[in-house]
Design a protein around this ligand. Structure first.
Ligand SMILES: Nc1ncnc2c1ncn2[C@@H]1O[C@H](COP(=O)(O)OP(=O)(O)OP(=O)(O)O)[C@@H](O)[C@H]1O
Ligand SMILES: [Mg+2]
Length: 313
């Protein structure tokens, strides 16, 4: 019993769903409550009521009431879970349908901006560049929605291989260097020498690094500093992404890995974003049996970190 309970706790953690969304957990919990109540009512009745028939009747009626209560609660949660499943499926279908035409638009816009577009005047070129950047944003949103629905349906399959996290972090820093420069932010990597390899899905870890670096730059002030630090901590490789940006208000920190959450200080600045990046990041790290966390102080900055197990030799 305890083993199976631990199993569904692990499953909930893995797919980033709360325990209350897990029907097995609710079923086991209701079972415990019913057994405890029957034992308690039997104990009270046998101590304070002398007639055994009254004791039996009392215990039976309490058991009956609890059974009906349990059934309605489990039934209610099952309906909620079903509605949630249908919503996830709907999002998945819509996102899939949007992905194909958006990719086609990106391809055509890229073609127009490429070598064949010598006849475009500067104004036309600017407008098409604007279309390109908006299409990229839409594609990112659709990809995030697809990742969220895959996480919620437990459909993520990891393609694990031995990877060098230092090399991957370097690649990501190069990718973000022009964005950081344009925002007047310095972006640096500090890595311990000869770090052991990790066993991970490089595409998923790239997304993790992209989300953390993107946040650190986006939520920094002008002339800010972003530093990525890699180190070995026992059997794990630890990656810290530190910024001296706007930080997260203390009373909102408990919501930070929730889907669609954006802190009030960020909403005031009205920068774009959907609040899905960290939800996906946490789910990917959990799927790798890793750990993730953060420390933040408003107006001082944040450090987001994750740890991934070192690959066996
Ligand atoms: N480095 C950071 N500094 C300050 N606030 C942060 C930082 N990282 C995350 N946050 C807060 O956490 C919220 C959620 O981050 P998350 O990356 O999930 O979504 P987002 O950046 O708003 O949108 P997107 O899905 O496009 O990444 C942010 O809106 C912001 O309020
Ligand atoms: Mg983000």
């Amino acid at each position: 019993m305890i083993l199976s309970q631990l199993n569904f706790i692990k499953e909930c953690k893995k797919y980033s769903i709360s325990l209350w969304q897990c029907p097995t957990f609710l079923f086991v919990l209701m079972g415990f409550i019913i057994i405890l109540s029957i034992l308690l009512s039997y104990f009270i009745a046998s101590k304070y009521i002398s007639d055994p028939l009254v004791t039996a009747l009392l215990t039976l009626s309490i058991a009956f009431v609890l059974m009906i209560l349990g059934y309605s609660i489990v039934n209610g949660f099952e309906k909620l879970a079903e509605a949630n499943r249908l919503k996830t499926e709907f999002v998945n279908i819509v996102a899939h349908q949007l992905r194909t035409p958006l990719s086609a638009i990106r391809w055509s816009v890229g073609f127009l901006l490429g070598g064949k577009a010598a006849h475009l005047n500067s104004q036309q070129y600017e407008q098409i560049e604007l279309i390109q950047s908006n299409v990229k944003r839409l594609i990112r949103l659709v990809d995030d929605l697809l990742d969220v629905s895959r996480v919620e349906q437990g459909r993520i399959v990891l393609k694990k291989e031995k990877i060098d996290l230092g090399k991957l972090a370097k690649e990501m820093i190069e990718q973000y260097s022009s964005y950081a420069r344009a925002s007047d932010i310095s972006l640096k990597l500090k890595a311990e020498k000869k770090l052991p390899l990790i066993s991970a899905d490089s595409e998923k870890i790239k997304i993790v690094l992209q989300n953390l670096i993107d946040n650190a730059i986006r939520y920094s002030k002008k002339n800010g500093k972003v530093q990525i630090k890699l180190s070995k901590e026992n059997d794990y490789i630890k990656c810290e992404v530190k910024d001296n940006g706007v930080g997260i208000p203390k009373n909102e920190q408990k919501y930070i890995f929730r889907k669609f959450f954006r802190s009030s200080n960020i909403l005031r600045r009205q920068t774009r974003g959907t609040g899905l990046g960290l939800f996906i990041t946490k789910a990917f790290i959990n799927l790798h049996n890793g750990r993730i966390g953060f420390k933040s102080e408003e107006n001082k900055g944040s450090v987001f970190w994750f740890e991934l197990p070192i690959a066996p030799h």
